[in-house]
Design a protein around this ligand. Structure first.
Ligand code: SF4
Ligand code: SF4
Length: 105
């Protein structure tokens, strides 16, 4: 387990980092997300977080993309279709590493 501090100051425990990026990664769509948190609970790596907890509708985001193993459990758990798996892993990694792309900037 590794501890990561989110932008909101919350400490999140994530599991072991994979040796190489997965073949697919989740693409979160904040405009569809209703903030239910099901994807957060479903992620075995602990890498998803709800951002904007002080807002009416928080949004899910992959805060630890380098820990994603591409299992798709987040996409399967999402009843709102706000998470789709994509094979464009490099673009997804860049997106999640860019803090300006996060919801509630
Ligand atoms: S694909 Fe799996 S490891 Fe990656 S964020 Fe979704 S649930 Fe977590
Ligand atoms: S399961 Fe879907 S709707 Fe719920 S927080 Fe995650 S992305 Fe948003």
């Amino acid at each position: 387990m590794t501890e990561i501090k989110t932008e909101e100051g919350k400490v999140v425990k994530v599991k072991k980092k994979p040796k190489k990026p997965p073949k697919s990664m989740p693409w979160f769509m904040p405009f569809v997300c209703d903030g239910c948190g099901d994807c957060v609970k479903a992620c075995p790596q602990g890498g998803i977080e709800l951002l904007g907890l002080d807002r009416k509708v928080p949004k899910a985001w992959l805060i630890a993309p380098e820990y994603c193993i591409g299992c798709a459990k987040c996409a399967e758990a999402c009843q709102s279709s706000a998470v789709q798996m994509t094979a464009y892993v490099e673009q997804a990694l860049e997106r999640y590493k860019d803090r300006t792309k996060r919801p509630f900037q």
